[in-house]
Write a protein that binds this ligand. Structure first.
Ligand code: AMP
Ligand code: MG
Length: 410
């Protein structure tokens, strides 16, 4: 077994995955889904020239000298509430009362807000006056939103591979897109393995521990955009492990994710089961924590075997599984946030690429970081106290205080 770099291991895994199939769904269900096809605007936005103020549509040339002391009088020839389409042509000396968002009449080039007139009355149902005094000049085009000034019809507004955000949904609605073609949500089967594991709600027994990984990893899988099917705990025997793998096949999942049983141990049946119906590589990855990693296929379904130790399983997920799920979802933008942080106290490492639990905080505008708790790979509490993984590159044995390193915010 050779030692792989983190990057090599990740590339090997990712090379086996493509985005899942697509489906067309209503816009109402598309939040956080990933677009499979780019979207082009079918309309200009705004759809028509409209007012950005409640006021009077006018010709700027009519009011060039208007001031509060010497207002200009215009004749109000029509009223344009929101949702109506004016039919008049505004001639010199004329004004039209207009509401925010309402369509500009032909002939008008600007809008004077109500507060710059003698008719500052916005109460619903108030009729427009016959005449209005304009107390200020405006520039041609002022307070008018021109058709197409935001988006021209035909332009690509959202690219394929984009995870849809709330404002994206609003824009799609503006453009009349009621259905979108997105990637399906990848389905992942999750199982734990080990005779020592008991469910969270069972009475404790001597020598047993509660299965915690399935809770952590299921939540991680969902945060990465997958549907997680929890298959439970496999006992340390061939039949029990096999039964859960067969269940994953029956469920036609896109990925099987297991934890534990990847270190070379006499009681690990995971390897035996997989090799009865597929293939499995056990890797040693030059990282800490989480050196052992398994990758294979069971009846053509890809499988990633994470280490059993709770912190190693978490880090293994973030390093290998999150990017894998994101590739399955079709998303081209990762959810990970990497920041540069200043290391507060000297950190010693063993030369492996290390993902250490840390706390990042802001001090005088600078992000500073230090380790949380002892870094044992079973100490989940230190991960609970952490808000970041601090990354020490391979080959580095000491990071002095004050040096900058990368951190993943959790
Ligand atoms: P293994 O890879 O089976 O040797 O497991 C490594 C360590 O992780 C052991 O201390 C296990 O008890 C622990 N472990 C394995 N699976 C889980 C789990 N699902 N939840 C919590 N701890 C686990
Ligand atoms: Mg075990």
């Amino acid at each position: 077994m050779s030692l792989l770099s983190v990057e090599e291991a990740r590339e090997r895994i990712l090379s086996h995955f493509q985005p899942v199939q697509t489906e067309t769904i209503p816009l109402t269900e598309s939040s956080n889904r990933v677009l499979a096809l780019e979207i082009r605007a079918a309309d200009d936005l705004p759809l028509f020239d409209n007012s950005s103020m409640d006021g009077f549509a006018i010709r700027a040339a009519d009011v060039t000298d208007a001031t509060p002391g010497s207002p200009r009088h215009l004749r109000v020839v029509t009223d344009i509430p929101a949702g109506s389409s004016p039919t008049i042509f505004l001639a010199p000396g004329q004004a039209a009362r207009i509401m925010t968002g309402a369509q500009m009449p032909e002939g008008a080039d600007s809008v004077i807000p109500v507060e710059d007139t003698d008719f500052d009355n916005r109460n619903a149902g108030t009729a427009a006056p016959d005449q209005v005094q304009i107390r200020k000049s405006v520039k041609s085009g002022e307070n008018v939103r021109l058709r197409g000034m935001d988006i021209l019809a035909g332009r690509v507004v959202l690219d394929a591979g984009r995870k849809l955000r709330p404002q994206d949904l609003g824009l799609l609605a503006m453009l009349g897109v009621a259905h979108v073609t997105v990637y399906k949500i990848p389905r992942i089967a999750l199982l734990s393995s080990g005779d020592e594991l008991i469910p969270v709600d069972a009475p404790l027994e001597r020598g047993k521990i509660r299965d915690s990984n399935s809770y952590t990893i299921a939540a991680l899988g969902e945060s990465a955009g997958a549907e997680v099917l929890r298959l439970g705990v496999a006992k340390d025997n061939f039949e029990s492990v096999k039964a859960l793998f067969e269940k994953a096949v029956y469920l036609r999942v896109d990925l099987i994710l297991s934890s534990a049983g990847v270190s070379v141990g006499a009681f690990d049946y995971v390897k035996e089961v997989i090799e009865s119906n597929g293939k499995m590589d056990f890797w040693r990855v030059n990282m800490r924590p989480g050196k052992p990693l398994a990758f294979g296929e069971y009846r053509d379904i890809p499988l990633i075997g994470l280490p059993g130790n709770p912190v190693s399983a978490y880090v293994g997920f973030e390093v290998f599984v999150r990017p894998t799920i994101e590739r399955l979802t079709g998303s081209l933008s990762g959810s990970r946030r990497t920041v540069r942080v200043k290391n507060e106290e000297e950190i010693n490492s063993d030369g492996r690429e290390s993902y250490l639990r840390g706390e990042v905080r802001e001090e005088n505008g600078v992000l500073v970081a230090r380790l949380t708790g002892h870094q044992g790979s079973g100490n989940l509490h230190s991960l609970v106290q952490a808000n970041a993984l601090l990354i020490i590159p391979a080959g580095v044995k000491c990071v002095p205080a004050g040096q900058e390193i990368n951190a993943w915010l959790l």
